[in-house]
Design a binder for this molecule. Sequence first.
Ligand code: IPE
Ligand code: IPE
Ligand code: MG
Ligand code: MG
Ligand code: MG
Length: 289
Amino acid sequence: MEKKLKKLSKKVNYFLNNYLSKLNSSELITPMKYGLFPGGKKIRSKIIFDVGKIFNVKSKDLLILAASVEAIHAYSLIHDDLPCMDDDKLRRGKPSTHIKFGESTAILAGNSLLTTAFEILSDKNFKVEDKIKSRLINFLSRCSGHLGIAGGQYLDLSYEKKNVSLYKILNMELKKTGKLFEFCCLGPLLIKKNIKNLNSFSKIGKDIGLLFQIIDDLIDFKGETKLAGKKTKKDKKKGKATIISLLGHDNAVKYANKLKLNIYNKLKSHNKKADDLRETINFIMERNK
Ligand code: IPE
Ligand code: IPE
Ligand code: MG
Ligand code: MG
Ligand code: MG
């Protein structure tokens, strides 16, 4: 699995680097590339390719989806680390973008990566029907804005040091993390105009996102800064509302296992074709970074 992720990471980074290098240069390219490369685990890209495999989607199209998602993800991390957000100085094993380049540059590089995602999807080299293209762009916009990442990040910050119900925590995590995973699961289906499986893969995507965030919270709870590449044991200090802060460590693990079972049940009918996705889900559960 580590090997597969490395290979995919190379492919997605190559595409993104090539894409950015072809554009007219600007002063922001350097901080944008700093946030993007060498980059993280590329789990979201892996899920796009895993779902693409189940439905026989062309790898060229999947690569474009993956590059746009990783650009948005990198932007969200740059902003997440800002002093006005989580105030984190270490990201992906190196100083956060605002530590290296200053706050205003980090904000602008983040904004630029967000729009880069939509440049990539609307590019003429993405050879899918215009109707499909606009559906993908519309859906990714909704996953990123006030109903998705930005809205979830707002809730995350506003829930600090407060007693928050399970329902509210789940809704916050679904927005800040789950929606982008939902896009990773639905993007390949939209390309194939596969309406039949939209509902079940929407649910699978959200569940993977929730599962991913619970494991991220567990890594913060008991993980090593050196291994994780970001400062751990910070959520408690900041008073973050998480499933762990509400239900405790053991119940959070149980909740994650329940989500995994739900996902596996939904994948049953896809037999062996879904093995890669199952493997990725196991990796998400067992990771320590
Ligand atoms: C971290 O995401 C932020 C969350 C949504 C929990 P990742 O763990 O995927 O970060 P990278 O891309 O590997 O650095
Ligand atoms: C971040 O969640 C989710 C985003 C949308 C960026 P966290 O704040 O827990 O992510 P880390 O732990 O800093 O990577
Ligand atoms: Mg955060
Ligand atoms: Mg954070
Ligand atoms: Mg975290």
